[in-house]
Design a protein around this ligand. Structure first.
Ligand code: KG4
Ligand code: ZN
Length: 357
């Protein structure tokens, strides 16, 4: 067996301090088993500021990291000597936050004399699908939809990801958070809009359409047919909210209107994500579709993806919501892939805030 049958993973790329233990199994269909996954969220700290404050995030990671790792070992009923390898998120993310995890992981690997792997955060999100569902039919088209990214990948071989499309501007999660702020809802806005959308009418407001016919100015050589754009929708919501505030002479809109705006905004986002993902799946002859990342915890997105998959006879795989949002178990899964390839990190591994995948 390749080294690293029991992996400790650490994730500190944004505002969650997370650690997990994942173990290899002898089941070829489900090669990894999650033994523990601990997430210390900083949401209560950042809520007061309406978003993540990088300096506060890194300081809190420093406070939490030891306790979170100890807890992950305890929950898995193992001790330090039972750890065979260490994986850590190398990037992308907030540099100060990443550095806490990277420094801790390097020190732990060195002290244990065990291998270290540096993991791309989005590879972690992608592998959360395999961690939770075992092996899925390939080729697969995978949508990674989070606070920082909206990327579509083609996976023909396990552990290899080809970028098919990405957002030209805001990530879907970012649009959720900004629209929530506009409506006076608390940070993070995604889960809040998800909840309130259920109370409103998704067809109450018709937003103008978004068309992406122009090439990507930042990468004109790319085929942008599976790209996304959410800033136009965000601006349309902003205009709508401002004009309603002016008409009512009040900052806060009535609850019923907030519910309708949330429902109509979410309707458009989910429709766009599902449309583009399945268009890519059909174009590439995918035998399955995967979705991962914080926004894939969204109830309506999960429902619509399942529905579209069923009608096109393409199975859909989405991790359980606790593995959709940031966690370290997904970093362990991606770390396992790297160990299999022998892609170990050098002892001077550094955080890479804008690492590409
Ligand atoms: O993957 P993630 O935890 O962190 C990043 O890598 O960015 O994603 C966080 C994003 C936030 O924008 C949050 O508002 C959004 O995921 N999110 C949701 C839901 N839960 C989290 N968006 C829509 N519906 C949800 N239920
Ligand atoms: Zn993430």
């Amino acid at each position: 067996m390749i080294s690293g049958s029991r992996l400790l993973a650490i994730e500190t790329s944004c505002d969650e301090t997370a650690a997990a233990i994942v173990e290899r199994t002898h089941d070829a269909q489900r090669p990894w088993a999650m033994r523990s996954s601990v997430v210390a969220s900083q949401v209560d700290i950042h809520r007061e500021w309406g978003g993540v404050v990088p300096e506060l995030a890194s300081r809190q990671h420093v406070r939490d990291i030891c306790g979170v790792v100890e807890r992950a070992l305890q929950d898995a009923h193992i001790g330090w000597p039972d750890v065979d390898a260490v994986a850590v998120t190398q990037g992308p993310g907030l540099v100060g936050s990443l550095l806490v995890g990277v420094s801790f992981a390097k020190a732990a690997a060195w002290a244990l004399g065990k291998p270290l792997v540096g993991v791309h955060h989005l590879a972690g999100h992608i592998e959360s699908i395999w961690l939770d569902h075992g092996r899925i039919p390939l080729p697969a088209v995978v949508l990674v939809v989070s606070g920082g990214h909206t990327n579509l990948y083609l996976v023909k071989t396990e552990g290899e990801y080809r970028l098919l499309g990405r957002t030209r501007d805001d990530a879907a999660g970012e649009a959720y958070d900004k629209v929530a702020k506009l409506l006076g809802l608390e940070y993070p806005g995604g889960p809040e809009i998800d909840r309130l959308a259920g109370l409103g009418n998704p067809r109450a407001i018709r937003w103008p359409g978004t068309r992406l016919t122009n090439p990507d100015r930042n990468a004109p050589e790319r085929d942008g047919r599976f790209d996304f754009s959410f800033s136009g929708l965000k601006t349309a919501v902003l205009r709508h909210v401002r004009s309603r505030q002016a008409a009512l002479g009040a900052e806060r809109l009535p609850d019923a209107e907030i519910h309708d705006i949330a429902a109509s905004f979410q309707h458009r986002v989910v429709e766009t994500l599902v449309e583009r993902t399945f268009a890519a799946a059909r174009w590439h002859g995918a035998r399955s579709v995967g979705m991962a990342g914080g926004v894939s915890a969204n109830a309506q997105l999960r429902r619509e993806a399942e529905r579209r998959g069923a009608s096109l006879e393409i199975p859909v795989f989405i991790p359980r919501p606790s593995l959709s949002t940031d966690n370290a178990a997904m970093i362990a899964a991606a770390g396992m892939r790297q160990l299999d390839r022998g892609a170990l990190a050098p002892p001077d591994l550094n955080a890479s805030p804008s690492l590409a995948l």
